[in-house]
Write a protein that binds this ligand. Structure first.
Ligand SMILES: Nc1ncnc2c1ncn2[C@@H]1O[C@H](COP(=O)(O)OP(=O)(O)OP(=O)(O)O)[C@@H](O)[C@H]1O
Ligand SMILES: [Mg+2]
Length: 213
């Protein structure tokens, strides 16, 4: 089964990936977790390129580098794993491209859909868990993570607001649009629930899917 996690930065994806991996392994299933970009020697080199020179890459260049990394991962790692019966959990997949590069940055959605289709080698998630919260709540989570004083400088919040909030609002509504178009695989979860409650909802959904298959 191919399971993907989506959501804006700080939504709690990695937290749930870890919990779900443990749960599925306890059920006796083989599980592989992956994060993009990376995962093969070439994809790791692309990752370094993206991380080191992120500021100098054009939006289309960035898009294609992500796609190249995804193509490597899909062909060499994800497809063989699924064929051998291993469950694959992805911390982000092509919905992130649609949400961030498409809805967030404004690249053409039809072009993205085509690039996503090619880069994913025909793979589509069996189920996508979207952890939904407002960018404001995500921002507060990041502030508390860094243990900043509660009365942080309002200038600081303004700077964050100016640089990021509008972008993340567009990304979030992009995810809502993707969910509306893919109701069969897309599961929206309230990211403000506790990690344990979210995990329970995920397990309940997967139990239902396993019962069907
Ligand atoms: N349900 C939750 N409620 C409250 N805090 C949470 C919850 N889930 C995760 N957190 C905390 O929020 C922070 C971000 O969580 P996490 O790293 O899992 O998010 P993420 O979606 O993977 O973020 P990124 O996109 O930056 O990788 C962490 O400090 C984590 O402990
Ligand atoms: Mg993460």
């Amino acid at each position: 089964m191919l399971i993907t996690f989506e959501g804006i930065d700080g939504a709690g994806k990695s937290t749930q990936v870890t919990k779900l991996k443990r749960h599925l392994e306890e059920l006796g299933r083989e599980v592989m977790t992956l994060r993009e970009p990376g995962g093969t020697p070439v994809a790791e080199q692309i990752r370094e390129l993206l991380l080191e020179s992120r500021n100098d890459i054009t939006p289309v260049g960035e898009l294609l580098l992500f796609a190249a990394s995804r193509a490597e991962l899909a062909q060499r790692v994800i497809l063989p794993a699924l064929e051998s019966g291993t469950d694959v959990i992805l911390d982000r997949f092509f919905d992130s491209t649609t949400a961030y590069q498409g809805y967030g940055r404004g690249l053409d959605l039809d072009m993205l859909a085509e690039i996503n289709r090619i880069a994913s080698c025909g793979l589509s998630p069996d189920v996508t868990f979207f952890l939904d919260l407002t960018p404001e709540d995500a921002l507060m989570r990041k502030f508390s993570e860094k243990s900043l004083p509660l009365a942080f400088e309002s200038e600081e919040l303004d700077r964050m607001e100016n640089s990021g909030l509008d972008f993340y609002r567009r990304v979030r509504s992009g995810y809502h649009a993707i969910g509306a178009e893919n109701p069969d695989r897309f599961v929206t979860l309230d990211a403000l629930l506790s990690p344990a409650e979210i995990h329970r909802e995920i397990v309940a959904k997967l139990d239902a899917l396993f019962a069907k298959s």
